[in-house]
Design a protein around this ligand. Structure first.
Ligand code: HGY
Ligand code: MN
Ligand code: MN
Length: 421
């Protein structure tokens, strides 16, 4: 195998990859070099068609499953061998950047193209996947495509989830699949078929460590746990000028009490725990009416399962106890336990990076990824490249063309190696 990887590595084109990334970035471009490309939108479908065009021009076979996960398959020499799967997501945050998710998809395409241009035959097929709705921005939670693929949740779990316009995920998915009816259908992951041999996801770090330590490749060993909740507080609306405070059921005031109590619950002097209230909706949302309804989100993360469970399970009690005049309901929307990768893929990533003279760092991921749900399915791993200032989920998200190409060269070598095991 050593004889082939250098050819594949050499065939990776930095310029071609960067050009494709910039073409993708134009689909949903927002000021400041950002991208807003939500899942199951026309922009998402334009990006998928662009990917399909590049992939089918290479001779890769396209397919899509019941959740809209999109696949491009490079055949191996051994028909029926379990494929090596690589990929990431194409949807972005509403105020997103040009690299989160999409680089992992373009890197997978570039790596497969490099294998083919280098004339490398692989025993196993190599499949590229673009997962549906990793971000959970338009429809919460994230990772719907990979959760359904892995059998973590039934495929219709989220049909009733609605976006800001009141459109349901189920209906938007149905429309989306109808618009992609020309793409061959396939079964849904391990629900309908065998598991892949391995899964490898390339992603920007979305944190500061690789850049700060001057390192090239993150060898990801696992992903911290994430839990999402939505809190709905119900009070009573009143005139802001005439209603005594003593008679009010002010949902905003009780929200403030709840968030303050949650801050106490989530206090962590070691600064390992992550607790975010990122979205607040107020009704009627006018300056001279007392709010009768508030809805806010909780994003809670921790690498330790016990902390994630004990503190997460306490959220509903703490919110309820904080209410003085209103009532509250707390609903959990996302529950991803900390995941540790089987050593096989991290070892392959590390070996490939070192063979190319790249510096490496074994590290966890603070961000969640579709890879989290692939852990029970097959040996899984991720590779990170540095991103400027560790910034992500923002238009200024940036990685150098050379950094991204180095990541793709490692990915190409890993895919070549795993696909011939
Ligand atoms: O939120 C996350 O961790 C991921 O970037 N979607
Ligand atoms: Mn991502
Ligand atoms: Mn993201």
């Amino acid at each position: 195998m050593d004889g082939v990887a250098p050819n594949a590595v050499a065939a990776v084109s930095e310029a071609r990859q960067w050009d494709r990334l910039m073409q993708m970035a134009a689909l949903g471009a927002i000021p400041g070099d950002g991208v807003n490309r939500a899942c199951l939108t026309d922009l998402d479908r334009q990006a998928r068609r662009l990917l399909l065009g590049w992939g089918t021009a290479l001779g890769l076979a396209p397919s899509v499953d019941a959740l809209g996960n999109l696949f491009l398959r490079h055949e191996g020499t051994e028909a029926g061998a379990a494929p090596v799967l690589t990929g990431s997501h194409m949807d972005t945050q509403p105020n997103g950047g040009r690299f989160d998710g999409i680089w992992g998809v373009i890197a997978g395409l570039e790596a497969i193209q490099a294998l083919r241009e280098a004339g490398i035959s692989t025993r196993r097929p190599v499949e590229l996947v673009a997962w549906t709705n990793e971000e959970g921005g338009r429809f919460a939670p994230g990772c719907m495509g990979s959760m359904a693929y892995a059998g973590f949740k039934p495929a219709d779990t989220w049909d009733g989830v609605t976006d800001n316009e009141g459109l349901s995920f189920g209906e938007e998915l149905r429309k989306h699949l109808a618009l992609e009816a020309d793409i061959p259908r396939r079964g849904l992951g391990v629900v309908d078929g065998p598991a892949p041999f391995a899964y490898v996801e390339a992603h920007i770090e979305q944190g500061p460590r690789l850049e700060a330590e001057g390192l090239d490749i993150g060898v990801v060993e696992g992903i911290q746990g994430s839990r999402w909740f939505v809190v709905e507080i119900a009070g009573k609306t009143d005139h802001a000028g005439t209603t005594p405070l003593s008679l009010r059921k002010d949902a905003v005031q009780d929200m403030l009490r709840a968030v303050s109590a949650l801050n106490a619950l989530m206090a962590d002097p070691t600064d390992v725990l992550r607790f975010t209230v990122g979205r607040i909706e107020v009704h009627p949302n006018t300056s001279n009416s007392v709010a009768d309804r508030v809805r806010f989100t909780i994003d809670f993360r921790h690498p330790d399962k016990d902390v994630l469970l004990t503190r997460g399970d306490a959220i509903a009690r703490v919110v309820t106890e904080a209410m003085t005049t209103c009532t509250a309901t707390v609903t959990e929307r996302f529950h991803a336990l900390p995941a540790t990768f089987d050593p096989m893929v991290p070892a392959a990533v590390e070996a490939a990076a070192k063979a190319q003279g790249l510096s490496t760092l074994r590290m966890p991921s603070g961000a969640f990824h579709d890879a989290q749900f692939m852990v029970p399915v097959c040996p899984t791993g991720m590779l990170f490249v540095p991103c400027r200032g560790g910034v992500s989920h923002h238009p200024s998200e940036y990685s150098e063309p050379g950094q991204l190409a180095a990541g793709t060269r490692v990915l190409a070598a890993v895919l070549a190696e795993l696909a011939n095991r």
